[in-house]
Design a binder for this molecule. Sequence first.
Ligand SMILES: *Cc1c(COP(=O)(O)O)cnc(C)c1O
Length: 384
Amino acid sequence: MQKEIVYLDNGASTKADPKVLEKMKPYFCEIYGNASSSHTFGQKSKQALENSRDIIAKSLNSKPEEIIFTSGGTESNNFALKSIAFSNKDKGNHIITTKIEHKSILNTCKWLEKQGFDITYLNVDKEGFVDPEELEKVITDKTILVSVIHGNNEIGTIQNIEELGKICKEKKVYFHTDACQSFTKTELNVKKQNIDLITINSHKIHGPKGVGALYIRKGTNIKAWQHGGEHEYSLRSGTENIPGIVGFAEAAKMGMNKKHMDKMTVLRDKLIKEIMTRIKNVKLNGPEGNKRLCNNVNLSFKGIEGEALGGYLDQYNICSSTGSACSEKSLEPSHVLKAIGLNNETANGSLRLTLSRFTTEDEIEYVMSVLPKIVNKLRRLSPF
Ligand SMILES: *Cc1c(COP(=O)(O)O)cnc(C)c1O
């Protein structure tokens, strides 16, 4: 029996890298001035803030003045959608998104519908891809914004955002992408990929929780959503979380490393292959290969409940998830698995295992030493 936790729920949150924590430490008790204060001491905090902004900007191939720090992915998504909607409502009231977004997009869209905005939810194919031709068809002269998730948090599908962005650029519609899962795990480049707004966060990339950023292309018509002391270019007021922001930037810097991606890809494919060969009647949800997030495994096990499987894995100290962590309390099958066409039984039989750069081959082998036994046991108990 394994005593240490085998953490395969990195899609929900990650361990802060100890080196990130070291970088953050001085900003609690030593360099704690307010970055808005004019004294030299406060300006040290300001320097740390701007240095972090440079790092995040570089990681997206953008400019520092295009980066706004926020409290995380949820806030960045709310800010992007609500503010673009209200700042551009003289042009139109139509917004396009997809059926496989994170709840912080979907529930923001539901709220915007109540405020009089018209939302189109694009379908996806059986691997979770948006059809660019369908996007092109639904854009009207009332459309102001398209928001499509980059790397899907449940099934790992990486959208061709370059192509989607190009369509939006030609049609002169703002293009936003939620890149919380894909940031540092695949290429993100605002120039090459034609993106106007990007949501990223820290706690999915081994940084601290409660920090994120919104990239906003220069010249975008967007007004403040949170008002106050005019921080962050007057777009997002509130004294900046300097330790968090410093940690986020350090995590981004350390994360941008192809070696980590390659390592996760190898372990991901090993895990998928082992499960598919050693356990019968298993289906991979989402695409294979380089169009899948390098750390995502999502499988449906015929005849059993993912919840039950996750419960047994927990007893062996293996952290997994079913659906997405945010909807775990609801018994409804995941909206993403429904959108790719799974029936309720297959959707409820799904298990998500998400790796990180800290995941080891030994951990994968440990999972393989218990998973087939648990699946067999549950299938023997199953009435189906
Ligand atoms: C985690 C996540 C969010 C929410 O980010 P928080 O920083 O936890 O608020 C949004 N979108 C996606 C795709 C995510 O994975």
